[in-house]
Design a protein around this ligand. Structure first.
Ligand SMILES: [Zn+2]
Length: 211
């Protein structure tokens, strides 16, 4: 069974996660630390718990979610995983950062593409990757079937959904992704979104104004 450590990082208040199990193997998802203090907080947790990260994973390529990847890759020298439909976002990250006056280090490109349905294994655990385009073309959610939760990125929030007014965003794709990939999960599945509080599939089916 996995354990989840949750942080909130950078000016965009991104939910960052370290997922690990009893073997001490771990993955870092959206580890978007963007200051020395945030990076120390993340690295301190990993060191204090003697965890061994195996992958740096991004739910999508927007700058607020990938801004920690340079430091994480430098620290651990492990592969960066994301969906290659968001490569353009990673390539343009520094231009975007300038646009927002957001100071960040140039993020590395993905070392490996994550496909829909791919299973990411670490320790005794696995996460199922679900391609959920709409907020960005390469958005991916990570479902822990045994743990009953999903790391959803910027797709589905408590009583809201991700923005689709960025370049390459698509509202119809987003609605279809949520309906066909997320709302088919068990009702009590915990949703851990990219920003803001947790929710559940049941709650969003019942109360989300977009459905
Ligand atoms: Zn985003």
């Amino acid at each position: 069974m996995t354990k989840i450590k949750h942080f909130v990082f950078n000016a965009f208040q991104v939910n960052a996660f370290v997922i690990y199990d009893d073997t001490k193997k771990a993955v870092i998802i959206d580890g978007a630390a963007n200051s020395e203090r945030e990076l120390n907080e993340l690295l301190g947790f990993i060191k204090n718990n003697e965890l061994e990260p195996e992958y740096i994973i991004s739910t999508h390529g927007h700058l607020d979610h990938i801004c920690g990847n340079f430091d994480l890759k430098s620290e651990f020298n492990i592969p960066v995983l994301m969906n290659n439909c968001d490569d353009l976002w990673v390539e343009r990250a520094m231009d975007q950062a300038a646009l927002y006056s957001f100071d960040m280090k140039k993020p590395p490109m993905a070392d490996k593409n994550i496909e829909d349905g791919e299973i990411i294994k670490f320790g005794n655990s696995e996460l199922i990757a679900l391609h959920i385009p709409g907020h960005s073309p390469g958005s991916i959610a990570f479902y822990d079937k045994e743990g009953g939760y999903i790391i959803a990125g910027d797709t589905l929030f408590q009583h809201s959904i991700g923005r689709t007014d960025f370049p390459m965003g698509n509202h119809e794709d987003l609605i279809n992704s949520i309906k066909n990939k997320l709302f088919i999960l068990p009702d009590d599945t915990l949703i851990l979104p990219g920003h803001g509080p947790d929710t559940t599939i049941r709650e969003e089916k019942k109360c989300n104004p977009f459905f």
